[in-house]
Design a protein around this ligand. Structure first.
Ligand SMILES: O=C[C@H](O)[C@H](O)[C@H](O)COP(=O)(O)O
Length: 225
């Protein structure tokens, strides 16, 4: 699986050109992209990057990549990120590592987003995994009730040690299981409009290209706009 993640990541990084401002995703697949980009920078590629998490910023700087503060950046050229699940329409669930809020901001600010994944992430229909929701602590019970009204079951995300998981912004997460998601676009919109929801992991129109690496080889899929 690690070798497949690396193959997908390296294919995406090969698309980065001199002078680009690149959005760097979070997670174990994105880590391979950061390492590959670091090697290209070492070979002379001139790029700057923005990060979708504190973890990624640290890894990128360690790899010799110049990381800008995203607060000062209005748009980026290309964003490369992993997914937890992705369907044939390039709609995805993200946020297994809790970074989906920053990831969605950076992906939306990017002219192009490339998703990178091994075959285990490919599904015919989203919903095998819960949709993570980052929320305002003040609105916890209200958000959970609205999720329930939408057919979901909300569970507080905990750390391995059993305490409340907090995002880089210091907010908690509800992992919301909906079962098979028949209409991801409608669900994404409904979740986005719940007051108190700061962000969620359904990415329905951000991903332009997917590099999917399986034992059968590397496949590139492009969304037809
Ligand atoms: O919050 C984490 C991100 O959305 C990741 O991109 C996603 O969870 C995939 O992570 P991994 O590549 O480690 O499976």
């Amino acid at each position: 699986m690690e070798a497949l993640k690396r193959i997908a990541a390296e294919a995406a990084v090969a698309e980065i050109a001199d002078g680009m401002l690149v959005g760097l995703g979070t997670g174990s697949t994105a880590a391979f992209a950061i390492a590959a980009l670091g090697r290209r920078v070492e070979e002379g590629l001139k790029v700057t990057a923005v990060s979708t998490s504190l973890q990624t910023a640290q890894a990128a700087e360690k790899a010799g990549i110049r990381v800008l503060d995203f607060a000062d950046v209005a748009a980026t050229d290309l964003c490369i990120d992993g997914v937890d699940e992705i369907d044939p329409h390039l709609r995805a669930i993200k946020g297994g590592g809790g970074a989906m809020l920053r990831e969605k901001v950076v992906a939306t600010a990017s002219s192009r987003m490339i998703a990178i994944a091994d075959g285990s992430k490919s599904v015919s229909q989203l919903g095998t995994r819960p949709v993570p929701i980052e929320y305002l602590p003040f609105a916890r019970a209200f958000v959970a009730r609205r999720v329930q009204e939408l057919g979901g079951n909300a569970a507080a995300r905990l750390t391995e040690a059993g305490s409340v998981f907090l995002t880089d912004q210091g907010n908690p997460i509800l992992d919301c299981s909906f079962g098979p998601i028949v209409d991801p676009d409608a669900l994404a919109l409904s979740l986005s409009t719940i007051p108190g929801v700061l962000g969620h992991g359904l990415f329905v129109d951000q991903i332009h290209t997917l590099y999917l690496a399986t034992a059968a080889g590397l496949k590139r899929c492009d969304w037809r706009f």
